[in-house]
Design a protein around this ligand. Structure first.
Ligand code: NDP
Length: 337
């Protein structure tokens, strides 16, 4: 298993986690426990997990416990079950441990996966999992999009951003994405169907870059990064524009926050800026699953994964999120189904 060593203030490092051997007996769960024993197949690396590495209990999710395995979204196969809703051989997705096998006692938040040859199992932590749902709920519920609008997405090639851009294209919008390398910019333009994309690391002046790509302004900014990009976007929003504040991945070091100077534009341009959590919209999950699975099966969208092999690769893959190493959704393959 991969354990969490202790609370941190800075960007995560591999040494904040430790690979450990443990002797979990693969016995059936005790009778009456309603628990299931699962073999973990895919684990998701997500930026929000950084928040759980702080000793702060006032957030929407509790911190990790030092010495224990990290936990996150995964896809797992049921090995033993004391729960009538699950039987050995079922595939499930939900919270699991960063370990090869997990005993899951709280099964109420799990979702059983209906096997479908056309959809890779790992997509249930990406396209059809929490990041895909974040894109869907954030774009349709928070951004209030209309056909023909001008949409800007940051961290656009990532787990959330790549779907936001494609949903915006399906909605008839003009879409520009920013990302941190030439490879990612090429993907956005040539594989993910964005109208334009740019490498923000090569732009000396983000305001000038946004003016170049949006000479008439931005209707919707789907913000995954915060910081300087948010400040520049505020200068380029149209009147009645919307900013969905999804994430602030550039602000992971609380000792060095980046100031936002252009908030006055919220007033002068009557911009609606709204933070959201995907978990506020879970009633939409069935509709999301149906819509997005169908788009995928009909070839209307694609989804790029960055698959690392083996549990031991998980710490480096997680740390890589904060340095832009992942190209697409970062997943760890722990075992083959
Ligand atoms: P990604 O797959 O996009 O991975 C993170 C990416 O962020 C990196 O690849 C990198 O891409 C970019 N990045 C890292 N550091 C910086 C930096 N300093 N400045 C700018 N970009 C940086 O992650 P997700 O798609 O899973 O998540 C995107 C955002 O959405 C995150 O902020 C996350 O916390 C948030 N989120 C919010 C949810 C909600 O309910 N509100 C739910 C899920 C996610 P690049 O090479 O382009 O720099």
């Amino acid at each position: 298993k991969v354990t969490f060593k202790g609370y941190i203030d800075d960007i995560p490092k591999e040494t904040d986690m430790e690979l450990k051997l443990s002797n979990l007996e693969l016995n059936p769960p005790p009778q009456g426990s309603a628990a299931i024993l699962v073999k973990n197949l895919y684990l998701s690396c997500d930026p929000y997990m950084r928040g759980r590495m702080r000793d702060f209990h006032g957030s929407y999710i509790p911190p990790f416990v030092p010495g224990q395995a990290l936990e996150g979204f995964g896809v797992s196969k049921v090995i033993h079950s004391d729960n009538p809703n699950y039987k050995p051989g079922d595939f499930i997705t939900g919270f699991t441990g960063w370990e090869e096998y997990s005993l899951i006692k709280r099964t109420d938040q799990l979702r059983k996966i209906e096997p479908d040859d056309r959809i890779p199992l790992s997509f249930h932590v990406g396209l059809l999992g929490m990041p895909g749902f974040t894109a869907y709920a954030g774009f349709f519920e928070v951004c209030s999009p209309s056909k023909g609008e001008y949409v800007f997405v940051s961290a656009a090639s990532g787990a959330v951003g790549q779907l936001v851009g494609q949903l915006a294209k399906l909605q008839g919008c003009y879409v520009v994405g920013s990302a941190g390398s030439k490879e990612k910019v090429d993907l956005l333009k040539n594989k993910l169907g964005f109208d334009e994309a740019f490498n923000y690391k090569e732009e000396l002046d983000l305001n000038a870059a946004l003016q170049r790509y949006f000479p008439h302004g931005i209707d919707i900014y789907f913000d995954n990064v915060g910081g300087n990009m948010l400040d520049a976007a505020l200068l380029n929003m149209k009147i009645h524009g919307r900013i969905a504040v999804c994430g602030m991945v550039s602000q992971q070091n609380p000792s060095k926050p980046i100031g936002i100077y252009n908030l006055f534009n919220l007033i002068s341009r009557r911009i609606r800026m709204q933070g959201f959590l995907q978990s506020d919209y879970l009633n939409l999950y069935p509709r999301f699953l149906e819509d997005v699975s169908n788009y995928y099966k009909q070839g209307k969208i694609v989804y790029i994964e960055d698959m690392n092999e083996g549990l031991e690769s998980a710490p480096a893959a997680f740390v890589g999120l904060f340095h832009g190493k992942n190209v697409g959704k970062q997943v760890i393959r722990v075992a083959h189904g």
